[in-house]
Design a protein around this ligand. Sequence first.
Ligand code: 1Q0
Length: 215
Amino acid sequence: MSTTEEKFSLGEVLVSFKSCLVDDDKDVLVEHYLNGWKGLVRFMNGLGTIFSFVSKDAVSKIQIMENYLKGENGERYRTLQSMVEYEVGSSLVDLTKRGNHPESGCRTILRLHRALRWLQLFLEKLRTSTEDSKTSTLCAEAYNDSLANYHPWLIRKTANVAFLALPVRNTFFEVMNVGTTQQVVDMLGEAMPYVSKVYDVTQELYSQHNLLELP
Ligand code: 1Q0
């Protein structure tokens, strides 16, 4: 991260997932969800160019969604629920194989949603880790238990090689810009329930509409 860039704490990014939740925590605001991702991507970029293949994909998915939000049907993309109703109701989603709608909002959010599960597992592992835990191992375990199931061999291989370049736990905690190890642990304890809630609400919505396997 450059010195001119304003430093911000990972806690602020994670708590931004709290502001996604609307309608008695039963729906998710797309704009705030994307803001959460943008903050995360910024942290990831701070870890070095080794993750640029991940960052590029995340950025392009965020961009797809921002274009919908700015577009003439932007209001339909205000929340995940309204997006699903609109796209599914207007047959704007490829349900079984890729066809006329390769970049639907539903399939794009699904990719980020699966990545959110990885984040949830990884940060929980970090929170409960000890001084001698290896971040690369924690990250690989979280990935292999979640996102990896949706990735072809080559991406899995590349990701697992990239993880080896992750900084050690202390450095990782410093980059989060939260404070002492105890403060990081406390911050994660406070923020993770919001991330989990957003994950659960999205999972439920996608499951109700049979959208969890979109191509
Ligand atoms: C901290 C290390 C970051 C490690 C990221 C782990 C995830 C590895 C994922 C590898 C993705 C490879 C790129 C392409 C994949 C696409 O094929 C796939 C499917 O899309 P499609 O259109 O081909 O069907 N895309 C995805 O699965 C989406 C992947 C999005 C990943 C978003 C990751 C954002 C990372 C955030 C880092 C947060 C770090 C928090 C802690 C920082 C503390 C300093």
